[in-house]
Ligand binder design. Sequence first.
Ligand code: ATP
Ligand code: MG
Length: 158
Amino acid sequence: GWVNFNKFYDHIIDRFEMTKNDDITFKRDLPKEAYFVDIDEDKITQVLYNVISNSLKYSPEGGQVTFRAKATDGFIVVSITDQGVGIPKNVIDKIFDRFYRVDKARARNLGGTGLGLAIAKEMVVAHGGKIWAESVDGKGTTVFFTLPYEQEEEDDWS
Ligand code: ATP
Ligand code: MG
């Protein structure tokens, strides 16, 4: 169904903020205007959950996680940036493949199956969006995804 994306995103960030480690700082950079997206809320919640869990899992002590959303031509671009270990350039697209993990030893210690981002990709694509990552190895990672939106219109009939 149709949801106000800012409200929806803000609410999910709130839930993570309540349970996060005190060492991690959250920063939000969200638009003031309302943007409406036609989504399966459970599925996009899962996308955000998988991406945010990674950014927390790979954040160093004292790290900052930045949540952004920005409207471009027809799409909201959502991004989550951390200051963690980063991902080498040559494998950055592989992280969306099933069971792929950059560092097998490290991943084993941190737990998980390597499915989180593959599931996120499947759900974003099913909504007509894209998902990708940018990273500076050793400095941090940003995961972006897009969703088609409708901007709130003035009522022409009043
Ligand atoms: P699961 O999500 O199933 O618990 P996972 O987190 O290992 O396991 P994905 O979420 O699919 O699996 O991520 C795949 C791999 O991409 C991770 O194992 C990790 O190597 C790398 N990765 C993902 N997000 C980040 C991040 N924010 N910083 C550094 N590496 C990351
Ligand atoms: Mg994960």
